[in-house]
Design a protein around this ligand. Structure first.
Ligand SMILES: [Ca+2]
Ligand SMILES: [Ca+2]
Length: 110
């Protein structure tokens, strides 16, 4: 048997799709430990038809990792002309904007 650990996408090890690779997912593997199953079935991360340390190693590589956190970019633009500050947060959805006005560093209005 070739035991090669390679990182799986987090979604592959989050069998119950609760957003994190955790004990729920570990139970999927331990519940079938050393069983021969249909290759690629739930828990068979390396699709060899066996549930063993090869699958456990891949799950362990993602242990407690949270999936589904979107890429977030933030930008701040400060206008010298009117003292306004624009804060923009952009993720996969629509951007969220926040504007506010500072005069001499003191908050004036949104
Ligand atoms: Ca999970
Ligand atoms: Ca396997």
């Amino acid at each position: 048997m070739e035991l090669r650990q390679h990182r799986k996408r987090l979604a592959d090890t989050d069998f119950d799709t609760n957003g994190i690779t955790d004990v729920n997912d570990l139970l999927v593997i331990t519940g079938q430990w050393l069983d021969s199953i249909t290759p690629g079935s739930e828990g068979d991360l390396n699709t060899d038809g066996e549930i063993n340390f090869a699958d456990f190693a891949q799950l362990a590589a993602n242990w407690q990792k949270i999936q589904g956190i979107p890429e977030i970019t933030a930008s701040i633009d400060i206008s010298i002309e009117d003292g306004s500050v624009e804060v923009q947060v952009q993720n996969e959805g629509s951007p969220i904007y926040q504007y506010f006005l500072l005069i001499d560093g003191i908050f004036v209005k949104n």
